[in-house]
Ligand binder design. Sequence first.
Ligand code: APR
Length: 229
Amino acid sequence: MADKVVVLSGSGLSAESGLPTFRDAAGLWRQYSWVELASPQGWAKQPELVLAFYNERRAKAWGAQPNAAHLAIASLEQKFDVVVITQNVDSLHERGGSKHVLHVHGELCFARGTGRSRKRYRIDGAPIELGQKCEEGTQLRPDIVWFGEETQHMEEAAEHVANADKVLVVGTSLSVYPAASLVEYARTDAEKVLNSLEMESLPAGFEFLPGRATAVVPEVARRWSGPGN
Ligand code: APR
């Protein structure tokens, strides 16, 4: 059995593909209010504003390309059993070639209704307009986990981290829970590395590898994959 590698990623991984992070100097939540744009209350108050915000993000993400870090993560599948757990709502992991990706905060390329059905509709980069309905006749909304809503796949994700021989955390400030708590499931004897531009508090047992993901992650992949890679 190939060793298991789990990658836990955040918006810093897609920064070099031209997509904004949330809390860095030019981050989205520095420019916009997450209460207005990423919460059930904001949706109830101004759905058209929320739709416009995500339509713009969706079009940009759909036009973006995976970078060297996404590709390096996918290349690990040649040697390892790889599971990617991402907070990112773009499709750059999949477009970089990763086969097993869990999106814990939803995906921009899907819409869903606002009724009881959780059926998702694939929309790729297309906009959602006010008045567009699901099969149940409810308004379509972005399939994104907003603040105050339940994070997805958490149990499965925690199990993957707990079974990993190697854990790579990349491009996340680990400031949003429960996703950030996933690092705590990593085994003591697992090899654990974290790449970011900066890190306030490094989770226990992790080696900090500062720098841009496109420089650091291919290095980690070479290190783990060994000579000839
Ligand atoms: N390479 C590596 N790391 C980077 C790069 C880069 N080129 N650019 C930025 N970073 C790092 C920053 O140093 C920071 O630690 O990425 C991190 C981005 O942190 P946040 O902006 O807080 O984004 P993230 O951790 O993904 O946010 C988590 O918050 O708003 C919610 O749902 C949203 O999924 C998101 C969650």
